[in-house]
Design a protein around this ligand. Structure first.
Ligand code: ZN
Length: 445
């Protein structure tokens, strides 16, 4: 099957931009890209007049289950917010996680996202098969999922924040993570589902779990992820307990390396930023969530200058209620310029963060993140024909600076997931209904 997307502006991200050009999709890969029109034979033509074609966006940090717990603790600090929400999350079961995951993935598809890293660290003792629930949600919506099998082993009785019933023993956490790798991790080219290892955060897990997770990930050849250096409170606690900043603690435990990407990394000393660059440690920058919780502005410019990979994330919908990735391009640009001035991040760099930067964080830069021959056909066709965009000279500026545009199409591996602004891989009304039922059930518990 050969499809040509034609008459569109194209931002390839890795190479040239075309004011009017084409992309040929053959099965699940990009077969050709260039200016003007495509002369060869095709089976299907997609008219993308007035659209900007970009790589599908890559979301490097999410907690899909939180789609069912939005709008709570709306005026709280991170630690207050966690203490308020843990008891609610403790009531999750697999059906709730499936409904929330399906809705969260649908929302992401409708905002140009084609690959999602979901950090799932909530495994209530009576919560059923959480990993299977998320894998099934992925199957329904058709996005690529990097499922980070998370864990917590430090409950209230050990000085942690989560209630004890929400945490696992260190051994169970590692066994459960390895079981997820055995069952779901696909290391082959074009994979739609991969597993990563992700203790929740240094302040909610023991040192044994941090080091055991790193050992497990390296033994199995999968990637490592956790939250790091999100707030000043976390830094104070880490200094008090370990004598190290969060970044120093991470390095001591083998967690600054090219197979690691870390959520937030807001509070980093210059020496830590240098170490991120030297080691190739990635950052999942989540500007909306950081703004919602008032945690500070991540040093994105400095990380990029140090040579460290930086991607974008929406973070969980309990701290980023919109859950859309397109608007994070906008937020990343605004926050970088608020921190570092008007030249701190260009519109093209914001798009790079949301595509190639994310692909590098997830170890998929050879297959994802740019519109290049041989890469997977994960594409977003942003429709710039409406009132919000009419007359904007530069289509990339329209995408990054204006409201998130609707999508004429979203392809994942050549398969249409969104068309004409509507989800094609599922019924939005059905998914919304399932979520409403699940959320009501959660509130009644
Ligand atoms: Zn998070």
């Amino acid at each position: 099957m050969r499809t040509v997307v034609e008459n569109a502006a194209i931002a390839t991200v890795s190479g040239p931009e075309y004011r009017t050009g084409f992309v040929v999709v053959e099965d699940d890969r990009i077969a050709a890209v260039g200016p003007g029109s495509y002369p060869g034979p095709v089976d299907e033509r997609v008219d993308a007049s007035g659209c900007l074609v970009t790589p599908g966006l890559v979301n490097t940090h999410h907690h899909l289950y939180q789609w069912a717990t939005r709008g709570l603790a709306a005026d709280h600090t991170l630690f207050e917010w966690l203490v308020a929400l843990y008891p609610v999350w403790g009531k999750l079961d697999a059906d709730l996680t499936h409904a929330a995951g399906t809705a969260g993935l649908a929302r992401l598809a409708l905002t140009g996202c084609t690959t999602v890293a979901d950090h799932h660290y909530v495994f209530p003792s009576d919560g059923g098969d959480q990993v299977a629930a998320l894998a099934a949600a992925r199957e329904r919506i058709g996005l690529r999922l990097h499922l980070v099998r998370g864990s917590m082993d430090r409950g209230e009785s050990d000085g942690g924040l989560p209630p004890d019933r929400l945490v696992e023993s260190t051994e169970d956490a590692l066994l459960g993570t390895e079981a997820a790798i055995d069952r779901y991790h696909d290391a082959s080219p074009g994979a739609v589902l991969q597993i990563a290892v992700g203790p929740c955060s240094p302040f909610s897990v023991t040192e044994q779990l941090m080091t055991g997770a790193a050992e497990l990930a390296r033994r199995r050849g999968v990637r490592l992820h956790t939250h790091l250096a999100e707030t000043r409170d976390e830094e104070q606690q880490c200094l008090a307990e370990t004598g190290c900043t969060p970044a120093e603690y991470a390095e001591k435990l083998g967690w600054l390396a090219a197979d690691v990407w870390l959520a937030h990394t807001v509070h980093l000393a210059p020496a830590a930023i240098r170490r991120f660059g030297e080691t190739g440690t990635g950052s999942a920058h989540c500007p909306t969530s950081n703004g919602r919780l008032g945690t500070g502005i991540a040093p994105v410019r400095d990380l990029l200058d140090a040579g460290a990979p930086v991607g974008l994330g929406v973070d969980g919908a309990a701290s980023s209620e919109s859950g859309g990735l397109g608007e994070e391009l906008h937020q990343a640009l605004l926050q970088a310029r608020q921190r570092g001035g008007p030249t701190a991040l260009t519109t093209r760099e914001a798009l790079w963060l949301g595509t190639m930067g994310g692909a590098r964080c997830l170890g998929r830069a050879d297959e994802l993140g740019s519109v290049e021959v041989g890469k997977l056909a994960d594409l977003a066709l942003w429709d710039l024909t409406g009132l919000n965009y009419a007359g904007i000279e530069d289509p990339v500026a329209a995408l990054v600076l204006a409201a998130t545009p609707p999508l004429r199409r979203v392809f994942v591996g050549g398969r249409t997931v969104v068309a004409d602004g509507r989800l094609r891989s599922g019924e939005e009304a059905v998914i919304a209904g399932e979520l409403a039922t699940a959320s009501a059930r959660l509130r009644e518990r």
